[in-house]
Write a protein of this length. Structure first.
Length: 203
């Protein structure tokens, strides 16, 4: 990627990133023209190629941006410092709601990219996904006290089940458009209370 992209004002960077998420989330990789992304960002196609040499470079940049932004906000919200998994998850949901406010189409793009079949970028996406997912999972479990859970629980399996349910809920909400943050917070609170009733050791 051309380093001149980072010399742009933050507002212009933000516009280009959001334009990329919007266009790529609405079409397959092959059917997402750079000209449409440039139009959505309010710049010329030639200028977009000035910052990103080709479509693949922009796509992988946006994919990595998803992971980096998620980890950045989870860290900022203190998710990795918690010994209580459910406290960590609650903070994580608040962090992700903030990300949605900043990048409304990021969640759509993430799902679209994960299932993208174009051989030109699918391998790079999957390699990056496993790297970042394992990092997030390891960081989350780092301080977790296993004694808080019921005896004999498969903790990695529990964590993955809750992760997939949370991501699935976010995806469903985003698909509806005009995400209701207040409703999302209420619904996720109910999910957390359910998981606590099932997985936490009774005093």
């Amino acid at each position: 990627m051309n380093e001149r992209f980072y010399s742009l004002p933050a507002e212009k960077q933000h516009a280009i990133i959001n334009a990329g998420y919007r266009v790529f989330s609405q079409n397959s990789y092959k059917n997402s023209p750079m000209s449409e992304i440039a139009d959505a960002a309010g710049i010329s196609k030639s200028l977009l190629f000035h910052y990103f040499h080709n479509k693949k470079e922009l796509y992988i940049f946006l994919w990595d941006k998803c992971a980096e932004t998620t980890i950045e906000y989870l860290t900022e919200y203190g998710c990795y410092e918690q010994k209580d998994l459910f406290e960590s998850m609650e903070k994580g949901m608040r962090a992700k709601m903030e990300i949605i406010r900043l990048y409304p189409d990021m969640a759509n793009f993430t799902i679209k990219a994960f299932y993208e079949k174009d051989p030109d970028i699918s391998a790079a996406v999957q390699e990056s996904y496993h790297k970042y997912f394992n990092l997030k999972a390891d960081k989350t479990r780092l301080n977790m006290d296993p004694k808080q859970f019921i005896s004999g629980l498969d903790i990695p399996m529990m964590y993955r089940e809750m992760y997939l349910a949370s991501e699935g809920y976010l995806w469903e909400m985003v698909q509806r458009g005009n995400v209701d943050m207040e409703q999302m917070e209420k619904d996720f609170g109910k999910l957390l209370n359910f998981w606590k009733s099932v997985y936490l050791r009774k005093e």
